[in-house]
Design a protein around this ligand. Structure first.
Ligand SMILES: *Cc1c(COP(=O)(O)O)cnc(C)c1O
Length: 451
């Protein structure tokens, strides 16, 4: 008996195999001509059905060459990890299961495995072991969830039932964020209706860390948002004094640790994170430094009941345990995205995780050293996996970025720091070997000489 689905899956597997075999050597960013040939996708909805194999062939023939090799060893853009083999494989199998990971009744397997993932995440990050974790699509969505929980809880403490009464006439909740807060926190605050002009910015030092001496006043109407890993410098806010001040005032502390939270898993880097375990909520991504596939993030809340009350989506036909995933995340139906997180932690263990995170830090330090040797100004203390640098003029900085990107051997992006053009490199792929770091340094030196 033939099962039609299997031929297509075999076909996809063959193509995926060929693609993965190419990531070591392919261009890191597609060239112009390849990007232009993506116009083949500008077709209208077909009238008649076609063979699925034809659609898959189109996807591979036109899509694969135009991909960005962010899953490869020499992509240093943004903070984009690759996918660890076991994460890719587990995700592949879980896709075949096609589970709706809402609750135990929808999928006992997904519920049990995501519970296991929660336990391992809390152990790996050394956060309160009874905290709740909602596995959401992104740090953006998870940050939004945590901020909604924070506001609901602060209002409840002020005897305001926001579920029933809404925000009109509610006691005002203040939000204090870092002066270099990530844009997605601002987006979440805007969507939640805090009002951009009501956001209070805390002054930061030269590395982008909130200065405790200049922390705006906090009270029990305040949410304080801190950062573990600033996107340019990789810097951490000084958690201990900031969270102590927040505790005293009765404020809620949320920590955005989209990539930086994983520093806690490294013996060498853990000191950066001391004190953040005292916060009320945290967000982090799997799809950045943990090297899981995309749509993999975590909203973590010390008070699991508060999170479950805020995010509850029980209906008469679909009621579940308070800590069912549909009662902890924005989604009602969703893939079992915690499975790839479980697979990575189950496979690496404490030692493997420590080694990956620590190695990326060391590789970033070597990159910084190599740039300095080439006469390039490194702007940050390379405390994490980020290197921030610039040339003597904005014009030359932008020209270097373009020359490197055009060549296609490595890729990194531009940014602005202290109102000047800069570029940043992030080391966050399990595939990146020390030799790739030397390749990057050589490449940058060569392009610098040719400027
Ligand atoms: C990437 C990032 C985010 C947003 O994460 P997504 O998963 O892309 O939504 C938030 N904060 C920081 C510090 C980040 O680096």
């Amino acid at each position: 008996m033939t099962i039609p689905e299997l031929d297509l899956i075999e076909d996809a597997n063959r193509r995926a195999h060929a693609y993965l075999a190419s990531v070591q050597s392919r261009r890191v960013f597609p060239d112009m001509a390849t990007i232009e040939s993506l116009s083949i996708f500008e077709e209208d909805l077909l009238q008649e059905p076609v063979d699925g194999a034809q659609t898959l062939a189109l996807l591979d023939q036109a899509g694969s060459p135009a991909t960005v090799t962010s899953n490869g060893p020499r992509y240093f853009g943004f903070v984009i990890g690759a996918t660890l083999p076991v994460a890719a494989a587990a995700d592949r199998l879980a896709q075949s299961w096609d589970q709706c990971a809402s609750s135990h009744i929808n999928s006992p397997a997904a519920a049990a495995i995501e519970k296991a993932a929660s336990r391992m995440v809390l152990q790996a990050l050394d956060l309160p072991q009874n905290a709740a974790i909602g596995f959401g699509t992104s740090a953006t969505a998870c940050g939004l969830s945590c901020l909604a929980v924070a506001r609901r809880e602060l209002l409840a403490r002020l005897s305001w039932d926001v579920d029933q009464k809404g925000l009109m006439g509610a006691p005002p909740i203040r939000v204090v964020v870092s002066n270099v807060v990530h844009i997605t926190i601002i987006k979440a605050l805007r969507i939640l209706g805090f009002g951009l002009q009501n956001i209070i910015y805390a002054p930061v030092d030269a590395h982008g860390r909130i200065d405790p001496e200049q922390l705006p006043d906090l009270d029990d109407h305040t949410i304080l948002c801190l950062q573990a890993g600033e996107v340019n410098t990789g810097a951490f806010d000084p958690f201990a004094p900031l969270i102590a001040a927040a505790r005293k005032a009765g404020a809620w502390v949320h920590v955005d640790g989209a990539f930086g939270l994983w520093a806690r898993a490294s013996r060498d880097l853990r000191h950066l994170t001391i004190g953040l375990e005292e916060a009320d909520s945290w967000t982090t991504d799997g799809h950045k430094w943990l090297n899981t596939p995309y749509d993999s993030a975590m909203a973590i809340c010390r008070d699991g009941d508060a999170m479950a009350a805020c995010m509850n989506a029980d209906a008469v036909y679909a009621s579940a345990e308070p800590d069912a995933q549909k009662n902890l995340t924005l989604e009602f139906s969703r893939k079992a995205r915690g499975i790839s997180i479980w697979a990575v932690l189950r496979t690496l263990g404490r030692e493997g995780l420590d080694q990956m995170i620590t190695r990326h830090h060391q590789q970033a330090q070597r990159l910084g050293e190599g740039l300095r040797e080439a006469g390039i100004e490194v702007l940050n203390a390379v405390v994490l996996n980020q290197v921030l640098a610039r040339l003597d003029t904005d014009e030359r900085t932008l020209a270097l970025i373009k020359a490197v990107q055009d060549e296609g051997v490595i890729w990194f992006g531009g940014t602005r720091w202290n109102d000047r053009a800069a570029f940043r490199l992030s080391v966050s792929s399990w595939r990146t070997q020390d030799a790739d770091i030397e390749t990057a340094i050589t490449e940058i030196k060569q392009k610098l000489e040719q400027l």
